[in-house]
Design a protein around this ligand. Structure first.
Ligand SMILES: O=c1ccn([C@H]2C[C@H](O)[C@@H](CO)O2)c(=O)[nH]1
Ligand SMILES: [Zn+2]
Length: 137
């Protein structure tokens, strides 16, 4: 799938964000092995801590719908940032768990800036399954 098309899907997902506290909407679009797109937005909470980022919403939603961890093909993330959005550390760790390290990650903003990267670049030396003697999913 064309990266810009996946970015456009993330822009659509962003419109669903529930952000009464930060007012900062983020959208994510995750491409699965069947070519289907899974959507994520950030969903905040009055207790702040339980808030969920757009990236994790997309990943958890896809896994809950039966997509196999490790099988994803690409992730696009969009926010209204000056440059391409930067995923938080928690999301980087979750991407490390559920996505191949060399999977393309497209980071963008509403102006159309786009940076292509990978999890290996976003979280070098990630703690992962192998550190617990387990295989990658
Ligand atoms: O990549 C990012 C960065 C931030 N947020 C959310 C968390 C919080 O709801 C709001 C402000 O940090 O943006 C995301 O969903 N994804
Ligand atoms: Zn995050």
């Amino acid at each position: 799938m064309d990266p810009m098309l996946l970015m456009q899907e993330a822009v659509k997902a962003r419109l669903k964000a529930y952000v009464p506290y930060s007012g900062f909407s983020v959208g994510a679009a995750l491409l699965d092995a069947d070519g289907k797109v899974h959507y994520g937005c950030n969903i905040e909470n009055a207790a702040y801590g339980p808030s969920n980022c757009a990236e994790r919403t997309a990943l958890f939603s896809a896994v809950a719908q039966g997509q196999k961890p490790g099988s994803f093909k690409a992730l696009a993330v969009v926010g209204d940032t000056e440059g391409p959005i930067s995923p938080c550390g928690v999301c980087r760790q979750v991407i490390a768990e559920l996505c191949p390290p060399d999977m393309p990650v497209y980071l963008g903003n509403l102006k159309g800036d786009m940076q292509e990267t990978t999890l290996a670049e976003l979280l070098p030396g990630a703690f992962g399954p192998s550190d617990l003697g387990k295989e990658r999913p």
